[in-house]
Ligand binder design. Sequence first.
Ligand SMILES: [Zn+2]
Length: 402
Amino acid sequence: MAVRSTATKIPTQHHIKAMHLKDIYLKVLQSDGISRARLKDEMHLSFPSVSALVDELISRGVLYEEGTQESVRRGRPSILLQVNPDALTVPVVNMTRDGYQYCLYDCCGRALKEGFLPYPDKPKSLLEKWHPDEEMICKPIQLLISGFREHYNMRELVLSVPGSVNVRGVLTSSALQITMPEKFLQRLEEMIQMPIAMVNNSDAEAYAEQFFQPLPEDYVYIHVGKGVGAGIIRNGRILDSGPMRAGEIGHICIDYNGRSCPCGNRGCLERYIDVSQLNQEAAQLLQRNTVEFTDICQALEQENPQIVEMLREKARLLSVGISNMMAMQPVYHVILGGGIEQLGERFLEMLRKAIKAYGFRKYMNRLTITYTANTSGSGALGAMWNYLHHQMKIEKLFNMEE
Ligand SMILES: [Zn+2]
């Protein structure tokens, strides 16, 4: 096994410059306009150093200046720096269970365009494996990107997937029931002729949440929709747990003799509390052929005793799943989203009650649980901001490496 050398962790002049360039970009982005003098104070660098970095960002079209020397002399606010929204367009493609959800953002984080493309020939059943070849899965993304390329200045694609890409480049996703050939990412990069920044869907949804409600630096977002997954935020950042990411709460076992799961395990939480499972069980209880999730919400509102009992049991199971997760990754603020939030306060009450009764007391006693406040309905915003904050290498994208 290769041992990582610590020597590579010592920052070189090049790393320091890249860090400062990114820092300036983010500070300008987060301000309504900021002067070079203010940047100098905030960054604790000399004025000539800040100015040289700013000049480079201006020459590459990333920043521009507003105001004139004249206004400075007349005692008006000095020349302020702004991010040029046209410097870069960030395409985000989110692979959901049913297709590609896409959104284009400008370099100031504003949405320009969005849409959805269904997968070609994907089996409807969740238990049926899907074996698309590279061509089938990559082609729609390639066509999408080449269509946008004429009008937008794109240099990198942000790809959000319900799963992870392992060290061999294989995309593994129980949500998609997908078996992808090795080097899927490499092939896609060749086809769209640009690099890809990856993020997991639940991680992206977790990251997005901070833009919709005040949150502590550490929290976990649990997606309970078609499938169950979690995104963990530590110190304000998506938890980096390596290529096989942490957060697969849907596959935490709550009964080792339980229902079999496509992941190969038995008794996975997802097989009891995901939305399609709830619909199926409610249909049986209510003796109907099919039940939509909105019917369950309505039945709960009307205090239907069978539905109330079913959801009370689901709250207990979810509480056990959360407790198991906390034993390994204690995070005291849990946000529920992905569709389950439509059950409203009544279900949250059941869950809070269950949390007081089931699970590892040391952690569960400290737990706060709320619903998502994300009104955008997707994690695209989180994928984009995570990219701008943490993944985007400004010096590489704008050739400022020297
Ligand atoms: Zn499973």
